[in-house]
Design a binder for this molecule. Structure first.
Ligand code: FEO
Ligand code: CA
Length: 677
């Protein structure tokens, strides 16, 4: 079957599943190489002969011992004390969310909630793009919090809205990608556009400890691909490949797409990562197989490398800029990281091209010992790369100058060597193969075609790099969610399992504890999945209970105590674990390294995004995305796809007149205090 047939086939049971099915056609040419080829290409003969690449290297990379069998639930941890002080939650899956005992959860923001002073109340049966532009958007993903007072009791929540699920948003419509978008009118397409993007919402904490939305907050705003004008900055701004009919300057673009995770900068701006932008581009020119016909496209090679156009949405029918036949350069203006100043609701967001163009999962920031800004970024697709950006200048008190750090710096791609060393390869025009003879005539070409530049440099194709959490001590944790398409001959030390349904987490230790370093070390913290099934090849700390192990790490956070928290997104694969998605405390230190505890779990069909702790660690914001949609055919007693009229859950309202709504959940400790202490 070709890409479109797979999406249309009955075997894909929701939008996220269709996205992943479409991703079954990896575009990275490097994956066809075996590990032998890779070693031969990367190491000289002397290194191989001196045994630096010995066969035991892989085994030596594992910090945690293999786990024979999980402990019974809630058995006392022997030896060292867990730093995550809470009674772990029991695993399971049902129609609602659950949190560890002793904690409260409150729904703070739901899809459709009015977030501007004159926003209309949500009317799910009479939606409009105009109303949606003043209401909280769909599929909340990244959550950031910018305190507005010293006590941290007032602040701005910055939330990404990644994508939309039309089958549970609109009455009587059903899955449109399986129906040639027959019901997708201009009006509905524009509601979808208005529901994408981001929201800035002022929130305040009352004396009772509860957070509330300040609907008339002066800084509240919606950002969308429908109407938010953005500037293009950095080395690719103005380049001919960034120019379109609507924007001959190549410096201005409307909107942002598929904003997945992100980051907050040290100076309080919000970074929105543009992830699967290729899904929004369209063509009516199909070949005999029903695949997009790129033969007339001058940039056919890079379009294929970026899986453009994937045609997940029909916006291109009504907005020519999303039709590559009509406006082929528009696609070069997406796949970037957008910076928003939440303190100025009239500010123009900026797409920073120095950070490269790819399917940015997130953009978590840190600062090197000498003050430079460092941003870690995964390219979330099978066999794609991990990237890091290091600014030239240093972070200061000058916010405008700080923003310029995002234009002047070096982008690197990661090479994970089998001996546990890490090399950061600079995506700099003129460096190594990045020359005009190889198709890179300028730095703009290197950045627009960042995947191709990283291919040329020999970066390591990974098992879908998702979020990355850097810690101040020069370590960073890389979530590698899964990769069912890696064949046995394509494994390597950093991606050791073929056909991995459960993913793994890599710990990076930068040389000298300096996040700006160009070399470091790496090791595998955990290999995910059920440790009771030997064939899974899971690696956890032996003290981990049956509640604690998980699959498909996706988003993550480091709290003020330096502890790692991992949120999962198993997609349609949750039936392979039998567990809902959730949030886990994952120990990185001492004898409990690799020990995981379940803290929160999602309602059926949802993935967990966020997570974000307030600086005092008293509040945890979680984004429950697409409740009721993922893999509901596996839910015993339901066993069908969710629709608006017949969803697997109506979380969080449980109102027969309301479909499930993606929502931001606030977690606080009963009686107050720091979480997990
Ligand atoms: Fe948007 Fe990689 O999840
Ligand atoms: Ca994610």
């Amino acid at each position: 079957m070709n890409r479109r047939q797979i999406i249309n086939a009955a075997q894909t049971s929701n939008k996220a599943e269709a996205f992943e099915a479409a991703d079954d056609f990896p575009a990275n040419p490097n994956l066809h190489r075996t590990i032998g080829d890779v070693i031969a290409a990367r190491y000289d003969r002397r290194e191989v002969l001196t045994g630096l690449l010995g066969t035991s290297a892989t085994a030596a990379l594992f910090g945690a011992p293999a786990l024979a069998a999980p402990r019974p639930a809630n058995a006392a941890v022997s030896g060292s004390q867990s730093r995550y002080v809470f009674d772990e939650l029991a695993w399971g899956i049902d129609e609602t969310h659950h949190v560890a005992a002793g904690y409260d959860t409150d729904i703070l923001l739901r899809w459709g909630d009015p977030i501007t002073a004159d926003a209309p109340e949500f009317d799910v049966m009479n939606q409009s793009a105009e109303a949606q532009l003043q209401q909280f958007g769909y599929n909340n993903d990244y959550v950031g919090f910018l305190p507005l007072n010293a006590e941290g009791t007032r602040g701005l929540l910055c939330v990404n809205h990644e994508y939309t699920n039309e089958e549970v948003m609109f009455p009587g419509l059903g899955r449109q990608d399986k129906a040639e978008f027959a019901g997708m009118t201009r009006e509905l397409a524009e509601i979808e556009m208005a529901a994408h993007g981001g929201s800035v919402v002022e929130i305040t904490r009352g004396t009772d400890g509860k957070w509330m939305v300040v609907q008339d907050g002066a800084m509240n705003r919606r950002i969308s691909p429908l109407n938010t004008v953005m500037a293009i900055g950095g080395p690719a701004a103005g380049h001919p490949r960034m120019q379109t009919g609507a924007d001959p300057t190549g410096r201005e673009v409307i909107g942002t797409l598929n904003n997945c995770a992100g980051g907050m900068t040290p100076w309080g701006t919000w970074l929105m990562a543009e992830e699967n932008f290729h899904g929004y581009f369209w063509t009516d020119q199909l070949d005999a197989e029903g695949e997009p016909d790129l033969s007339a496209q001058p940039e056919a090679a890079q379009m294929a490398r970026y899986n453009v156009p994937a045609m997940w949405y029909a916006w291109g029918r009504y907005h020519d800029r999303f039709d590559i036949t009509k406006d082929p350069n528009e696609v070069n203006r997406f796949g970037w990281v957008v910076e928003v100043d939440p303190l100025d609701p009239l500010s123009t967001p900026v797409k920073h091209t120095a950070l490269g163009r790819f399917a940015h999962e997130g953009a978590e920031t840190t600062v090197s010992p000498d003050g430079r800004l460092v941003i870690y970024m995964g390219d979330d697709s099978r066999f794609e790369y991990l990237y890091k950006y290091v600014s030239e200048g240093v972070v200061s008190q000058d916010r405008a100058a700080n923003s310029r750090l995002l234009s002047d710096g070096t982008l690197y791609a990661a090479r994970f060597d089998p001996d546990g060393s890490l090399r950061w390869l600079p995506l700099v025009h003129g460096y190594g193969p990045l020359t005009a003879e190889n198709g890179f005539a300028s730095q703009a070409d290197v950045l627009i075609n960042a995947r191709l530049a990283a291919d040329a440099l020999g970066a390591t194709p990974m098992d879908r790099p998702e979020d990355v959490s850097p810690r101040g001590d020069g370590t960073a944790y890389v979530m590698l969610t899964n990769n069912s398409k890696r064949k046995p001959g394509q494994t390597d030390a950093a991606n050791p399992r073929p056909e991995s349904d459960f993913g793994h987490i890599i710990e990076i230790m930068e040389d000298g504890g300096d996040h700006a370093a160009t070399r470091g070390r790496w090791s595998i913290l955990v290999q995910c999945g059920n440790p009771e099934i030997a064939a899974v090849g899971a690696q956890w700390n032996p003290e981990t209970s049956e509640n604690g192990w998980f699959g498909s790490p996706d988003n993550c956070a480091i709290d003020a105590e330096g502890r790692l928290w991992v949120a999962t997104d198993q997609g349609r694969k949750w039936d392979k674990t039998g567990k809902s998605d959730g949030l886990y405390g994952l120990e990185t230190e001492g004898s409990l390294r690799g020990h995981s505890k379940l803290f929160f779990r999602c309602p059926v069909g949802a993935e967990l995004c966020g997570p974000y702790f307030t600086p005092d660690t008293e509040t945890l914001f979680l984004a429950v995305q697409h409740p009721g949609t993922d893999g509901t055919r596996s839910l015993k007693g339901f066993e069908r796809e969710s629709t608006f009229e017949d969803p697997a859950t109506r979380w969080p309202d449980f109102d027969p007149a309301m479909p499930p709504r993606p929502s931001v959940v606030v977690v606080t400790k009963k009686g107050g205090g720091r979480i997990a202490t």
